[in-house]
Structures are given as C-alpha cells and as structure tokens.
Design a binder for this molecule. Structure first.
Ligand SMILES: Cc1cc2nc3c(=O)[nH]c(=O)nc-3n(C[C@H](O)[C@H](O)[C@H](O)COP(=O)(O)O)c2cc1C
Length: 254
C-alpha cells in the first residue's frame, strides 16, 4: 500500500485524554483555527464559530458538565458551534430575512462545524498536539450556552480538548474497510465482519479485558468487546433535551 506524510499522520491518530500542563500558545490556536477555516463549507456560507476556552474556571465548569477530568487538564478546550447568526446578520444587512425553520438549515451548519473541527484536529496533530472530541459537553447544553454566552442561532455541537499529550496516543483498530465501503449500491456489513472486529477489540486493553454474560446462556461469560460496548451505548436514550435547547436557540427542525 502506498503512503505519504498526510496518510501517516491520519493513521497515527488516537484520542488523547492525559495532558501535560504546558500551555498551547494563542498563536498556535489561531493557526489551527485558520486551517479549520480552509475546509470545504456548504455554499461558502462559513456557518461555524469556535470558542477557545483557556480560562481555567471555565474549563473546570466544562469538565464538570462533561464528567471528564481531562477536560480541565487540557490547556485549551475548543467548542465548535453551528452558527447561523452571521448569516442572519448578512441577511439583515441586505434588508432580508433568513429561514431557520428546517432540519436542512441545522444540518448545514452542524456538518460545517464537524468538518472544520476535523481539519483543526489534523492541524493540531501535525504540531504534535493531542485532541479529544467532547460530545459530553452536550450533557448539559443549556449550561454550555450560558457559560459561553452563546447568542440565538449559535449552538455548541462538540467540544475538543487540546493539549500536549502526556503519553503518546494509542491507535484504536477500526472496522475493516470492506465493512464500511461498498461500490455502486449499499451492501450490509456481514455478521462475520462485526464478530471479527468484536474479537479484535476484545483482545486489546481498551475494554480492560472485562467479561460479560453470554446472551441466552446463563452462567457463561465471554470477553467484553465492541458489540457489548455499542449495545450499552445504543440501548440508552441520550441527551434527550437537545431538541428543546435547539428550539430555544432559534433552530426550527421542521
Ligand atoms: C463527535 C465525537 C464525540 C466524542 N465525544 C467524546 C467524549 O465526550 N469523551 C471522550 O472521551 N471521547 C469522545 N470522543 C472520542 C471517541 O471516543 C474516539 O474518537 C473513539 O473512541 C475512537 O478512538 P480514537 O479517536 O482514539 O481512535 C468523541 C468523538 C467524536 C467524533
């Protein structure tokens, strides 16, 4: 397989959850955000904003909301926001009104935020920095909105802890390419591919080699793997307040 420095960097990725106390300079944060801005953006609308949180009290508060200590440990937390507010301003400057009532309006800025954030992650990793996305800021999204003084039409989509890794990140195995790639029409991933990946993950230290009951076979145990990990996540309703918070921020979702 051919490779190059960009592919090598992408394949070295691993989320970092332990950071050194060393700061990340504002100039470096600016370079990272500059690289994020270079990402493709729907119709060049650039419906993304990012709040860089360096203040330690604010990081502590984000850490509490997230329920994750590394959020306070990271010297900077980037909060990626879907932002239709600038577009509202643009419309007003032209004496017109923006439509914000539809899922499409929300999807446009959420996708833009995610795409920009990933450019930032790659830029940060190119400096040797570590990142960890934080969906956990949505545990209490209203508190984040208040904490960061986010106005109407601005919504915090995901956080990103940013700092110098205390230990080099581990690279987590992924599903086989053939499990996620199909040509010309959708192909269902086979059970065999899922079970194979379950076993690969169970054999790593990622799930601390825990054991869980075998479904339908009382008294028998098996390795906790990716399938059990997914099920425990997928069977629970999560962050059920988001629609109400989105409406409060002016996103319609019709
Ligand atoms: C949108 C998004 C939200 C995430 N939220 C969290 C989070 O709240 N806390 C956390 O520790 N990791 C979070 N992660 C990191 C994932 O757990 C991680 O990317 C995944 O387990 C794969 O591991 P890797 O990044 O080390 O390859 C998030 C990742 C993404 C893309």
């Amino acid at each position: 397989m051919t490779t190059n420095p960009t592919l090598d960097l992408l394949h070295r990725h691993g989320s970092v959850r332990t950071y050194l106390a060393d700061p990340v300079s504002p100039a470096m944060v600016e370079q990272i955000v500059h690289a994020a801005q270079r990402a493709s953006t729907s119709s060049n609308l650039q419906v993304v904003s990012v709040v860089a949180v360096a203040d330690s009290a604010t990081r502590s508060r984000l850490s509490k909301i997230s329920g994750q200590t590394h959020v306070a440990q990271a010297p900077v937390v980037l909060v990626w926001c879907a932002d239709l507010r600038r577009l509202d301003r643009a419309c007003r400057l032209r004496g017109r009104t923006q439509v914000t009532d539809y899922v499409e309006n929300f999807l446009t800025c959420v996708l833009d935020a995610g795409i920009a954030a990933q450019n930032a992650a790659v830029a940060a990793e190119s400096f040797g920095l570590g990142v960890c996305y934080l969906g956990s800021i949505r545990n209490d999204v209203r508190a984040v909105i208040e904490l960061l003084a986010l106005p109407r039409l601005v919504f915090p989509v995901v956080g990103m802890a940013l700092g110098w890794p205390a230990v080099p990140p581990a690279s987590r195995p992924r599903l086989a390419v053939s499990a996620v790639l199909s040509w010309d029409r959708y192909a269902e991933t086979s059970d065999a591919a899922l079970l194979e990946y379950d076993g690969i993950m169970a054999a790593t230290d990622i799930y601390q080699r825990r054991q869980v009951p075998v479904p339908g076979k009382p008294g028998r145990l098996e390795a906790y793997g990716w399938l059990e990990h997914c099920v425990r996540r997928a069977e629970q309703p999560l962050r059920t307040e988001l629609r109400a918070a989105l409406k409060q921020q002016g996103f319609g979702l019709e």
